[in-house]
Design a protein around this ligand. Structure first.
Ligand code: UDP
Ligand code: MG
Length: 242
């Protein structure tokens, strides 16, 4: 029997939580030979998310939760969850059903039977997403892949299942401004990619405003490319000469 931890960041997700929990109960039923722990990370929610998590913890020992003192962002929530995950296999997954829980058994089978350290997922299309958001995302991926040596996969989700050794490597990077899509790639290891069709949110609304996404993309750029530093140096030298 293996232990599987699932890290789930939650920010104002009172509507999505029950839907997600039901879906995960089905998945855990299918994988009844394994031991599960669901680590929900309440990222400073102002709705009933925390009280729902407390109830889930009382009624189902597999459900654990961490609660932040304020909203620190999804990346901080993933990091805290990974730090507290004790499983031999650790997954990260959104709570809004955009990362289909039903893929988990197949991801687990791949890690058990094939020679991979992690199974990652990407959306094959962005159908259903606002056009402007798709355009900005596509532009970001084109730009960052031009200036960064680390490949940031277009359409990659933060939904993946990793073996413990890869989790340790990810935790070894204790940087303050985290950009998981880059970190997962940077640490190396053999990763198999699974594709799936874009799925809409089951309830509630996206927690990422365009402004939040923009700041996040800057974190990716400054974290995984020295281009901004080189540019500053060149501009500095030019002005010095002038
Ligand atoms: N999330 C979080 N903190 C935030 C924003 C989002 O923990 O500040 C969580 C959210 O509850 C969800 C996941 O991160 O489980 C992805 O967020 P969302 O679905 O809003 O993003 P999108 O899918 O629109 O990119
Ligand atoms: Mg979502």
């Amino acid at each position: 029997m293996s232990r599987i931890s699932v890290v789930i960041p939650c920010f104002n997700e009172e509507e999505a939580l029950p839907v997600y929990y039901r879906a995960m109960c089905k998945v855990m039923g299918e994988m009844s030979g394994e031991e599960f722990e669901l680590i929900f990370v309440d990222d400073g929610s102002s709705d009933r998310t925390l009280s729902i998590l407390k109830k889930m913890n009382e009624t189902d020992g597999r459900c654990r939760y961490l609660s932040f003192s304020r909203n620190f962002g999804k990346e901080a929530a993933i990091y805290a969850g990974l730090k507290n995950a004790g499983g031999d296999y650790v997954a990260t997954m959104d709570v809004d059903m955009q990362d289909p829980p039903g893929l988990l058994p197949e991801m687990y089978r791949i890690l058990k039977e094939e020679d991979y350290d992690s199974v990652a997922t990407r959306r094959s299309t962005r159908a259903g997403e606002p056009k402007i958001r798709s355009f900005l995302s596509e532009s970001f991926y084109k730009f960052i892949n031009r200036i960064s040596k680390t490949e940031i996969v277009n359409g990659a989700r933060d939904y993946r299942l990793m073996k413990r050794k890869m989790v340790e490597a990810v935790l070894g990077m204790s940087e303050y401004n985290r950009f998981s899509k880059g970190i997962f790639e940077w640490v190396g290891f053999r990763t198999k990619w699974l594709e799936f069709q874009n799925v809409g949110r089951c309830a509630g609304q996206t927690k990422w405003s365009v402004r939040k996404l923009f700041t996040y993309s800057l974190e990716g750029i400054t974290g995984f490319s020295v281009a901004p530093l080189s540019l500053a140096s060149v501009v500095g030298v030019v002005f010095c000469v002038l």
